[in-house]
Design a protein around this ligand. Structure first.
Ligand code: BGC
Length: 762
């Protein structure tokens, strides 16, 4: 396909209209086909299409679909998720195609979140690469592998902005920033869907969770969201919109309410905004039983909430079967209309049509594609991507990179762990080929010149209730039941003969993810005690931090000379840590979420407003906006991350200090590698709108680019800025820019910036 695409525009045009097996993606032909099909369908068959059931392989709610094969046979199912392999999917598809009157194929979905069998870093980690090509490629590989395993629909990308690390699902997000989040949303959609959905190696994407799921109160999952429209439009909605603009085929509603109405019944959200304002033409699916959950939200009985949901704009009902059980009756009572059922049915049939399923229901059931899964090449790419997602938080005295000689003591509760490196929501990963542990990876990458000694030293936590709660989806806390003092003693003995100690600390994989909110974000006491003991040895200690969220590291930042944050890197994550620790790869990841000093600072994010009483400097001042007991500043700001080399930034200059109207300007900075190694640097552009009719953030990310510099080398970096970059939604939700003063900042993170002021007139 790639070869064909390159051969010229004639082929490209043909390709747009004719898929490999002859089915067209011409909208007029699609309409004719679906009109004809729907004419033949009974009301029951139409309602059956709106029902999405779950297979046995992974479930995330308390109810599970029953009697699935019979329901398919009775035309009561439109799609199924969480079953895999061409053989099993073919068998299930055969029931629909051979045993139902109209032979309408099923659509097969799955939560393919960060890779398929080849797992990539958790999305929060992936975002820290700031590398859109790498991110797109990870989705492309996931689509290739998933489609080779029978699937054609993924419940990804999740693009929920989150500024609350208590929320466990921040791990699945791309962090706090709408600009970066939008760019990543687009890259993911492109990666999954490619340019031809009907090809057998592309899959339908589903942007989720629409909307505002990341803004639940107090970081508690599924909790109430209450937000002004101005904030919504400027800060939380852009990534969903970016996915829509990139052509995402499906949208998943969120569990939370918005303006007092749960998303799955929110007509403003699903019809006025999504379809009318944004022009979305695809299919809307609910989240897991979220129709039924509206009974507990307090919106009425199953019949009422199902009708509300359909009327609001939902097409497909995930697992709960409210549509299946009640819509016919609601129709006869005039509570829903035939037009509404038809609309939902049509959107689902169109999705199947675009995937080419009417043309060939077994398009994704090719047993001969096994060799496309978990390949050497995919794993190599995953290893590189993982290394690019790691963020060096501290490296005092250049302790890192480690030398490939001497003795290294690898200690800590996560040093010998394999499955945890896969991270949360890795249900599709290849557990028969788990990642190599940090201990194994260091030994492999170091080669024979290094002596690696190991001791666990501590448990992740001594709390057995927590252990039980997070031992799910094939992950374990792997607790050692010996007394804590004995574990520490053993670690100290291992460390005694070492030149350097590598301490693998943090969270297990399922301490983040769905339904995994935490109210304390410090390292558990068992791990702190181990670190205290290790520090007393006087040896250099490098902390390798596994986490799915920003943790509170105030103590460790003071205590330790070096911290490498490795999130959960996926199938090759362990080896990638060794690549970075030994300097085979120079880290270049930058944080996409702010790391707070304590939980009380949350929500904390770089693009906050000034307030009428801003604090000047960092010292407490009475009657200013600050705290009695902690500074306003985060521990590590958005955009922050170190390298094994250093970069210096020159002054920011602009091509025009007083641009007018639609003129563009170029902002320029020279960046120099002032250290001794080659390195990559993510150069970031921020803009402040100094005066407006609405209050505006102190700065907003508006551009970024990665440059590679050899030692001593300088490069000029140019950003083109146009009035489009200045636009925002005002209190009337008008999207425009306002003339006046702006500050242009460029730098290595959201804190350490050089700036210049300009005045843009209309
Ligand atoms: C999650 C979704 C997921 C769905 C299907 C829900 O619990 O919120 O993100 O796609 O389950 O597994």
């Amino acid at each position: 396909m790639h070869a064909i695409r390159k051969t010229g525009s004639l082929f490209l045009v043909l390709l747009l209209f004719i898929s490999a097996t002859g089915q067209t993606s011409d909208p007029a032909k699609m309409k004719t086909f679906i009109d004809a099909l729907m004419k033949k369908m009974t009301v029951d068959e139409k309602i059956g299409q709106l029902n999405l059931v779950v297979g046995g392989e992974a479930t995330t709610g308390s109810s599970v679909s029953q009697d699935v094969d019979n329901k398919i046979r009775n035309s009561n199912v439109g799609g199924i998720f969480s079953i895999t392999t061409p053989a099993r999917i073919r068998k299930t598809q055969e029931i629909a195609v051979n045993n139902t009157r109209l032979k309408i194929p099923l659509i097969f979905g799955m939560d393919i979140i960060h890779g398929y069998k080849t797992a990539f870093p958790i999305p929060l980690g992936l975002s820290c690469s700031w590398d859109l090509k790498l991110i797109e490629q990870s989705a492309r590989i996931a689509a290739q592998e998933a489609s080779a395993d029978g699937l054609c629909w993924t419940f990804s990308p999740m693009v929920d902005i989150s500024r609350d690390p208590r929320w466990g699902r921040i791990a699945e997000s791309s962090g706090e920033d709408p600009y970066l989040g939008s760019a990543i949303a687009k890259a993911m959609v492109k990666g999954y869907q490619g340019t031809n959905l009907a090809a057998n190696n592309t899959i339908l994407a589903c942007v989720k969770h629409f909307a505002l799921y990341g803004a639940g109160e107090a970081g508690r999952d599924y909790n109430t969201v209450d937000m002004s429209r101005v904030r919504m439009y400027n800060e939380y909605l852009p990534p969903y919109k970016a996915a829509i603009d990139a052509g995402v085929g499906t949208v998943m509603t969120s569990f939370n309410e918005i303006d007092g109405i749960p998303a799955s019944a929110n007509k403003w959200l699903l019809t006025d905004l999504l379809r009318r304002q944004w022009g979305f033409k695809g299919m809307v699916v609910t989240d897991y039983t979220s129709v039924n959950e509206m009974i507990d939200h307090g919106l009425g009985d199953l019949k009422t909430v199902s009708a509300l949901s359909l009327k609001a704009g939902v097409d497909m009902d995930m697992v709960g079967e409210g549509f299946l059980k009640t819509l016919k009756q609601s129709l006869s009572e005039g509570k829903v209309t035939m037009a509404e059922i038809d609309r939902a049915c049509r959107n689902i049939l169109e999705a199947k049509y675009k995937l080419g399923l009417f043309d060939d229901p077994y398009r994704y059931c090719d047993e001969n594609r096994k060799n496309e899964i978990f390949t050497e090449a995919n794993r190599k790419q995953a290893r590189l991507t993982a290394a690019k997602s790691y963020v060096l938080l501290k490296n005092q005295g250049d302790i890192l990179p480690l030398q490939k000689k001497g003795t290294i003591a690898v200690v800590g509760p996560l040093a010998n762990s394999r499955e945890n490196i896969l991270g949360t929501w890795a249900v599709t990963a290849d557990y028969s080929n788990p990642p190599k542990s940090l201990r194994e990876s260091l030994a492999e990458v170091a080669g024979s010149g290094v002596n690696i000694v190991y001791a666990k030293g501590a448990n992740v936590s001594e709390d057995s209730a927590l252990e039980a709660r997070v031992s799910v989806f094939g992950k374990k806390m792997e607790r050692d039941n010996r007394p804590a003092a004995e574990l520490i003693d053993e670690a100290l003995k291992a460390a005694a003969g070492a030149d350097v100690i590598v301490a693998a600390m943090g969270e297990t994989a399922e301490m983040t993810g769905e339904s995994s909110s935490r109210s304390e974000l410090t390292l558990p006491a068992s791990q702190q005690a181990l670190l205290d003991a290790l520090m007393k040895t006087g040896k250099p200690v490098v902390m390798v931090l596994f986490t799915g969220r920003p943790l509170v590291l105030s103590k460790e930042d003071k205590q330790l000379p070096a911290i490498l944050n490795v999130w959960f890197g996926g199938s090759e994550g362990g080896l990638a840590i060794a690549d970075v620790l030994f300097g085979d790869i120079n880290p270049s990841g930058k944080l996409t979420t702010t790391f707070p000093r304590n939980v009380g600072q949350i929500p904390i994010y770089y693009s906050h407003k000034n307030t009428g009483r801003p604090l000047a400097g960092n010292e407490f001042q009475k009657f200013r906006s600050n705290y009695l007991d902690v500074s306003n500043e985060p521990l590590y700001p958005f955009g922050y991350g170190l390298s094994y080399t250093t970069f210096s930034y020159g002054e920011v200059s602009v091509s025009n200090k007083s641009p007018k109207g639609a003129q563009k300007l170029t902002a320029t900075v020279t960046v120099t590698n002032t250290g001794k190694r080659a390195g990559d640097e993510v150069v970031q552009l921020y803009i402040r709108d100094v005066v407006g009719t609405n209050t505006r953030p102190l700065k907003e990310l508006k551009g970024f680019t990665t440059i590679s510099l050899k030692p001593g080398e300088s490069k000029q970096v140019n950003f083109t800025i146009s009035p489009d970059d200045l636009k925002f939604y005002n209190h009337e939700l008008k999207y425009d820019w306002e003339p006046g003063a702006f500050t242009i900042f460029i730098g290595p993170n959201s804190r350490d910036l050089k700036s210049t002021d300009i005045n843009w007139s209309k």
